[in-house]
Design a protein around this ligand. Sequence first.
Ligand code: ADP
Length: 270
Amino acid sequence: LELRSVPTRDSKDRITGRLWAVSDVTREREADRLKNEFVSIVSHELRTPLTSILGYTELLRTREFAPEERQQFITTVFNEAERLSQLVEDLLGMSRIEAGKVKLNRWVISLTNIVYELTTQLNTSLIKHRLLIDITGEIPPIYADRDKVKQIIFNLLTNAIKYSPNGGEIQLTIREAQKRDLPGDHPLGQWIVVSVRDEGIGMAPEDLPRIWERFYRVDNTNTRKIGGTGLGLSISRALVELHGGRIWVTSTLGRGSRFFFTLPVAGMKG
Ligand code: ADP
């Protein structure tokens, strides 16, 4: 709350009292703070890959290298360009969501195929990690937008990799949800629950409610070294909720996290 006061005066310029103005500026300040933080995060996220792309292309342009070395540099340039492209996609995705422009293209689809595609796509990032896929029992088809579902799982898997820098196991589980698997306020009906568990750095309880906010990043020595914009989870949450589902997390600092989300089974009533 901000209080401002000015003296009131009569026609002879004598002070007769004070006029007080009370205004709530916390919201404006918070918006300003987020905007500044946004500009600094985005600039940093743009600069890091760009510096490396410029550096390596300059080397490749001006010097001779052994074929293996050359190949290694080109791979780095490609990976960094991909990171830039991901950042731009996230920014566009976020603004489309906020403008209410995202429409789902929903079909009856199988999650198993999506998971298979994702694992082949992520193969090269899984150097230190072991990815376990646990799909037990008959998984009924879902009614969902294929690309969006892929994006949600991709976000959770890449976070699991990023935030377990020492490696470890990452487990992707898909189940038909039982009532006890769902949070108390979950909509009724028939749901599939997807979860991604890692053995990474985990999060403190006070950070858990905030990670869904756009641009929010847990601030500690571990996360500062790991790149990111704080957009992935807010995009994922918006996409899950467009499907009528929910997303939530359990985590222990220093031990790991487990993210869950639900998607509606095809033909579900309501
Ligand atoms: P980004 O990874 O780009 O920072 P996200 O929106 O995906 O953005 O995640 C927000 C924050 O939540 C991250 O910065 C990180 O602090 C925390 N976080 C997300 N996933 C995990 C995880 N698997 N383990 C630990 N912390 C995580």
